[in-house]
Design a protein. Structure first.
Ligand SMILES: [Zn+2]
Length: 304
């Protein structure tokens, strides 16, 4: 009886901590997207139909069925599911497209791009010798959620990844992700887990590719998903960073993604390039969805 009561109290405490962790979330909106700058050379080198898509998709003035009804009184139905079809419906909201795997394909294109950036960083960090400065930094850079990192001008921020070695990565792409059991046993499958057994540090990353005006909605829907997992892992001595990141389906990278890149040490020119690559990948994938909007059958395409 006493053991049961202790367990119950532990469960209550864990849940309270999980809720507290979740409450540390933040709101994002259009203002949270990174500026998307297209250089003259990019515009010059871009196919005209792609450039046309970016501009018209941003202002939602593509000839979607609903716009064609407004402009010319045509049938507003989605060719796949008969619901009135806005651009949003075509890119993120059609149930038939969802069932056919079109949105999973778009999501995975962007995830692959993000995973390549993270993997590149992981590979560059792991072979590096551990310096005394990094050891001193360990406790100050990888702090618990809500705590402030302790830094001083004489002790520059090396980034949490450099606080450990033997980083491992799993991505929920070609193989089904099985969450590392050394952290916790769970059936949850985040998009990416990056972890180091040596220092018991882990990033749990969940990517969403939402309609830009619905970024807050996407964040809210997912924010509690990993709270219990993080609390349980922390009970076992792990320091967990759950990161929900978003790349808008029309190619606008949300600041959550830029922040993650910075946090894991992808900064400066490398960060700008990563943001450009993520934006292009999302926008190219959505362009393909747009081109195939009236095709009943679905055939994915490699986007690079
Ligand atoms: Zn539809």
């Amino acid at each position: 009886m006493v053991v049961e009561e202790v367990r119950r109290q532990e469960e209550i405490a864990r849940h309270a901590r999980a809720v507290a962790l979740a409450k540390q979330g933040r709101w994002v909106n259009w203002e949270s997207v990174e500026n998307r700058k297209l250089s003259w050379s990019e515009i010059w080198g871009m196919e005209s139909n792609r450039l046309c898509f970016i501009i018209r998709a941003t202002y939602d003035v593509l000839p979607s069925p609903i716009n064609l009804q407004l402009w010319f009184g045509k049938d507003p139905s989605c060719p796949l599911c008969t619901v009135p079809a806005t651009l949003k419906h075509i890119l993120v909201g059609c149930r038939t497209s969802l069932t056919q795997g079109r949105y999973t394909w778009t999501h995975n294109q962007v995830l692959r791009c993000l995973a390549e950036k993270v993997e590149c960083k992981r590979k560059s960090i792991n072979p590096q010798p551990f310096t005394n400065q990094e050891e001193r930094q360990f406790s100050s850079t990888f702090v618990r959620e809500g705590d402030k990192p302790r830094t001083s001008p004489s002790n520059p921020d090396l980034g949490p990844l450099k606080a450990a070695r033997y980083w491992q990565i799993q991505v929920h792409l070609d193989q089904r992700l099985i969450f590392p059991t050394e952290i916790v046993t769970t059936t949850l499958r985040p998009d990416l887990v990056l972890w180091s057994n040596s220092q018991k540090l882990a990033y749990v990353i969940e990517l969403t590719v939402p309609w830009e005006e619905a970024i807050e909605e996407a964040f809210e829907r997912k924010k509690l998903r990993y709270a219990n997992l993080a609390a349980e892992a922390e009970d076992r001595g792990w320091k967990i960073k759950v990161r929900q990141v978003e790349v808008g389906c029309r190619g606008f990278v949300v600041s959550t993604t830029a922040k993650l890149l910075r946090e894991i040490g992808i900064r400066g020119q490398a960060q700008r390039q990563a943001i450009r690559d993520l934006a292009n990948t999302a926008e190219r994938a959505s362009h393909w969805l747009w081109l195939k909007r009236a095709n009943i059958t679905w055939a994915p395409k490699a986007v690079s």
